[in-house]
Design a binder for this molecule. Structure first.
Ligand code: 0RA
Length: 663
């Protein structure tokens, strides 16, 4: 351990001394830690895998704050083989002097008193947290064991805790010429449902943090996995910051402009940083951050950005007569088509709104961002007429397509209304009219559809056969979507329609959704997985809300049936198949009476088998499709357009998590 610490604290930056004394006295004590253990959800959101990872972000946030204050260049995160975590930085080190009122070391106060991170004095410390930011003391309270080590003023200090309780006073254990803080913790199994850290989850956020904090090095080591002479390691570092971030997001797309449009300013102590690119796709990807924290639902900073973008492009197009030929209005949405943008602001006292606190509420930020972005865009448009023209042409195309799409949509919906209920002829509906208990199976091919019809529970299960490969919506224009037979059938069968709000944004109307479970059921081969992907892409682009609300599932037909006499067992993977074969043969590999049937398609099963293995709520396994991470998903969908199969498969696997529903 000791040697590692030394390595970790190399590359010491110049440590600029700030004139304000920041010792133990500015730390304000507020609450005890028992509350955290009693109601962990209140502090870290949940005690599932998400909460488990939250512990890491809580500690890393403190190190990021040190970076923002100009005192830290490197952060190392290590997953140890027992799933304990070390976060190490080369910041100033948590102060260890005595707190005048509490008569304790500041380190102990920071680690054991809620909200005592020192962040409470607005001017002495820059906030990175806000949504996180409940403090390292929470991590301590929720850890079976935690050890803090501080390198500061030439000395090394340590203190250990169990469930937040100090095991001894802060003690000096040696000398050092480095500075920084090392926190090692083991999440408490009494608190957390799972203790296993996921490399990819940590990597994804650390990459994001590297883009958001240019010049900061973040290293991730996974000691559970050997690689070469050492362990699996990844270093995240970005010199270009958001410029590189936006390029990374659009890696798989065809660009419309060469260089990202980049804006970095400060107004009324709000830092505004924006990077944007246009590509030739039809979708928009705007992601946003406040104090490094992702705001999934946008907020005032994103509204300000949109307002400025629409206003400046519109004015530029009008002034130059580029919209003359259009006989319908251009909506805000048209300026967003093919746009990839990152909007990042740093605000002193952020207020987060909404159910999941994923939305910025500070009203002053709207005007500030709108002005900053507006000013910068004016300059860009003046200086880059060629690129401006390309963007405006694309906007005109988007408006034209939107207009055509509206007409097509209206046609489809009017027709639907005229034919009285208008459910598709191919739909074998269920008897129940209660969406909460109703399911619809979207089945590849008419023949498998027929088998499913025979095998289903008529009361609660509807079947909609889809013919072959549905339209690749990633490549198609919106109005083509509404002309496609299979897609129209899905809209009408599901009871979902598309409308437009006041701003001309397409909105999904789901209040008449007829089934709360939508199950995609395709063959267990490459073609089947391709079709699953196409259908998922369609849901992602046009019915994203249904995925977000957890309505979309992927059926898991078995791959094998292993049989011996009357004994038979379905198997979903090779491991289970081997086990079944061994069991049935009593270990004799040459036992010819053990038969293995490999299912390639749904069509190879009869109705009873399909019911038993794939459709019966009591025994089936469904994967729930989730959009855990819209950023990654969007990149992935772009990858899916390519012709290689592997990334497509990887997407499906990464975005569908096992869920034994009904259980
Ligand atoms: C309170 C005050 C100061 C730094 C820190 C806390 C601090 C906390 C953590 C947690 C992980 N790494 C950290 N690094 C620093 C300011 C110290 C000063 O003024 O010297």
């Amino acid at each position: 351990m000791k040697d590692e610490v030394k390595d970790g604290l190399e590359n010491q930056p110049e440590q600029p001394e700030k004139n304000n004394e920041y010792g133990a006295s500015s730390i304000t004590a507020l609450e005890g830690l028992e509350a955290v253990r009693k109601r962990p959800g209140m502090y870290i959101g949940s005690t599932d895998v998400k909460g488990l990872h939250h512990l890491v972000w809580e500690v890393v946030d403190n190190s990021i704050d040190e970076h923002l204050a100009g005192h830290c260049t490197d952060i190392w995160v290590t997953i140890h083989s027992d799933n304990s975590i070390t976060v190490r930085d080369n910041g100033r080190g948590i102060p260890t002097d005595l707190h005048p009122k509490l008569k304790k070391s500041a380190l102990e106060v920071v680690m054991t008193v809620l909200h005592a991170g020192g962040k409470f004095d607005k001017d002495s410390y820059k906030v990175s947290g806000g949504l996180h930011g409940v403090g390292v003391s929470c991590v301590n309270a929720l850890s079976k064991h935690l050890r803090a080590e501080v390198h500061r003023d030439g000395k090394v200090y340590e203190q250990e805790y169990k469930q937040g309780k100090p095991q001894y006073d802060v003690r000096e254990i040696g000398k050092t010429d480095k500075r920084g803080t090392v926190v090692t913790f083991s999440p408490d199994p009494e608190i957390f449902e799972t203790l296993e850290y996921k490399f990819d989850v940590l990597a994804h956020r650390l990459r994001e943090l590297a883009f958001l904090n240019k010049g900061l090095r973040l290293q991730l080591v996974d000691e559970r996995e050997k690689e070469g002479d050492g362990f699996k390691t990844e270093l995240f570092y970005s010199e270009g910051g958001l410029r590189e971030f936006v390029r990374w997001l659009d890696e798989a797309k065809t660009g419309l402009i060469e260089e990202p449009i980049y804006i970095a300013t400060n107004e009324e102590s709000v830092d505004v940083e924006v990077a944007m690119l246009y590509n030739t796709s039809y979708s928009e990807n705007v992601i946003s951050f406040v104090n490094n924290i992702s705001t999934r639902d946008g907020g005032t900073h994103v509204s300000g950005f949109r307002r400025a973008l629409t206003r400046e492009f519109k004015k530029y197009g009008d002034d130059n007569g580029f919209f003359k030929k259009i006989n319908f209005t251009i909506s805000g949405e048209d300026f967003m088509e093919g746009l990839t943008a990152i909007v990042s602001v740093k605000v002193q006292e952020p207020q987060f709104k909404g159910q999941t606190k994923g939305e910025l509420g500070n009203s002053e930020v709207l005007g500030i961002v709108s002005r900053c972005v507006g000013d910068a865009l004016k300059v860009f448009l003046e200086e880059n007429p060629g690129q401006a023209r390309r963007i405006i042409d694309k906007v005109v195309l988007a408006a034209t397509a939107r207009n055509a799409a509206r007409k097509a949509r209206e046609m489809v919906q009017r027709k639907g209304a005229l034919t009285g209920g208008g459910l598709p002829g191919k739909l074998a509906d269920c008897a129940s009219r209660n969406p909460a208990e109703s399911e619809i199976f979207l089945v590849e091919g008419d023949s498998a559809g027929g088998t499913a019809k025979q095998g289903r529970d008529r009361h609660a299960q509807a079947i909609l056969p889809l013919r072959g490969k549905i339209l690749n919506v990633e490549k198609a224009l919106e109005h083509k979507i509404y002309e496609n037979e299979e897609i129209k059938n899905m809209f009408t069968a599901l009871g979902v329609s598309v409308g437009e709000n006041d701003e001309g944004h397409r909105v999904l109307l789901t209040d008449k959704l007829r089934y709360h479970k939508i199950v995609i059921m395709c063959d267990a081969d490459i073609d089947g997985s391709h079709i699953t992907t196409l259908i998922l892409t369609f849901f992602f682009r046009y019915m994203r809300e249904l995925i977000e609300k957890g309505h979309v599932y992927i059926a898991q037909p078995p791959l094998y049936l292993v049989k011996k006499g009357k004994n038979q067992r379905y198997c979903w993977n090779d491991k289970d198949r081997k086990e079944a074969q061994m069991e049935f043969s009593g270990g004799r590999e040459d036992d010819d009476s053990v038969k293995v049937q490999r299912y390639k398609g749904l069509g190879e099963m009869n109705a009873e088998q399909l019911w038993e293995t794939t459709m019966d709520p009591a025994t089936r396994i469904l994967k729930q499709a989730t959009i855990d991470d819209a950023v990654e998903a969007d990149r992935m969908f772009a990858m899916l357009m390519g012709d290689e199969v592997p990334p497509r498969r990887a997407f499906i696997e990464a975005n569908a998590k096992y869920a034994r529903i009904d259980a």
